[in-house]
Design a protein around this ligand. Structure first.
Ligand code: MRU
Length: 349
């Protein structure tokens, strides 16, 4: 376990398949899963073998490569028609992270330029999306770290690290960059119930990079803010609406409310691929609900009494007013709102 770093290969293409770290098995086992069909990739996204908005998007891009290659073998000139249904299934694998639809759309835009076998050019485009995600994370890491003063103790939620992206991470990218330049003292990682991304993935990633990390129960965050000299909460995002409202892992909203109440600053780190300007506001973002069993049982051991029901929304929406800063690869948006996000997109590089 100890030799895993931010260079961990969350997903990579190997000959004719996408290889994924099985995030359901971490940190007990470092297993890899080989996906040689679009159905296998859709299943890996649905079951959270791969998770985290940017990683889901990149995995889906390789899913389009596999779908198109298979369709070309069986349908030749009609491959674009044949592939459509499979892409609908892929798109529906998880509803909240907009990077999934963004990546599929970006791949489909390439279709019209292709004549003959689509495999090579689609694979090249998926590789470009992969590289662009790593580059965005490195850029956001620097931009976010520059906002921090010295000696920061921060809280992060869920896993927005190398495991949630093509590499380096969004929120954990800022944390990694801050650590490198000596601005970070300590990270408190929320365990992130019920799937425990914080306990299982974030603590593992940071510990492997020798970044000081302490795990806290989600419900300990307000207490820590009141006593713990926390300067920032730093999170990723699954979808940022046009007005800056942000969907992220369940519990993010309550962290933002608590941060505001305690004078702690709140930073969202998200690439442009996570900003969905076609969704007007947070209440329009679809919120995934997962099976109640994630709450009612632990490691297949029933916890709640038989017959008890559970409600398990796995994302929530933080109103833009509670977000002090949105960090993207194109720049930093203070107090995000409709106008400042519009300017971000309309400003030339
Ligand atoms: O359900 P998950 O684990 O896919 O949720 C992930 C998150 O909420 C992350 O914070 C978000 O995708 C940002 S990842 C860079």
């Amino acid at each position: 376990m100890s030799n895993i770093t931010s260079n961990v290969r969350t997903l990579y293409w190997d000959r004719d398949a996408l290889v994924l770290i099985d995030q359901c098995a971490l940190p007990q086992r470092l297993d890899y899963v080989r996906c040689a069909s679009v159905a296998a990739i859709a299943d890996a996204i649905r079951t959270m073998v791969v998770r985290g908005a940017p990683a889901i998007g990149i995995a889906a891009a390789y899913g389009v490569v596999l779908a198109a290659s298979a369709a070309y073998k069986t349908h030749r000139d009609d491959w674009q028609v044949a592939v459509a249904r499979e892409l609908d299934l892929l798109r529906a694998a998880r509803p909240t992270a907009v990077n999934l639809a963004w990546a599929i759309d970006s791949m489909v835009e390439q279709f019209q330029r292709i004549q003959g076998d689509p495999s090579t050019s689609l694979l090249a485009h998926a590789n470009d999306l992969f590289q662009a995600d790593v580059a965005a994370n490195l850029a956001m890491g620097e931009l976010g770290a520059a906002l921090l003063g010295s000696a920061n103790q921060v809280i992060t939620h869920c896993n927005a690290g190398a495991l949630a992206t093509a590499g380096y991470g969004t929120a954990l990218g800022v944390i990694r960059s801050a650590w490198k330049v000596g601005k970070l003292e300590h990270v408190f990682a929320t365990e992130t119930r019920p799937w425990l991304q914080g306990a299982r993935l974030t603590a593992w990633e940071l510990h492997a990079d020798n970044i000081p990390v302490t795990l806290i129960a989600d419900s300990a965050a307000a207490h820590l803010m009141s006593r713990g000299n926390i300067s920032w909460v730093i999170t990723g995002a699954d979808r940022v609406a046009a007005n800056g409202d942000t969907a992220n892992k369940i519990g993010t909203y309550s962290l933002a409310v608590n941060a505001r109440a305690h004078g702690v600053r709140f930073m969202v780190v998200a690439p442009l691929s996570t900003i969905d300007r076609t969704t007007a506001q947070g209440s329009d973002i679809p919120i995934e609900e997962r099976p109640g069993d994630e709450l009612l049982a632990f490691h297949e051991q029933r916890i709640a009494a038989p017959g008890v029901d559970a409600y398990n929304p796995v994302f929530d929406t933080t109103p833009a007013e509670l977000i002090d800063v949105l960090v993207t690869q194109k720049g930093v948006v203070h107090n995000p709102n409709l106008e400042s996000i519009r300017q971000l997109f309309e400003t030339q590089n």
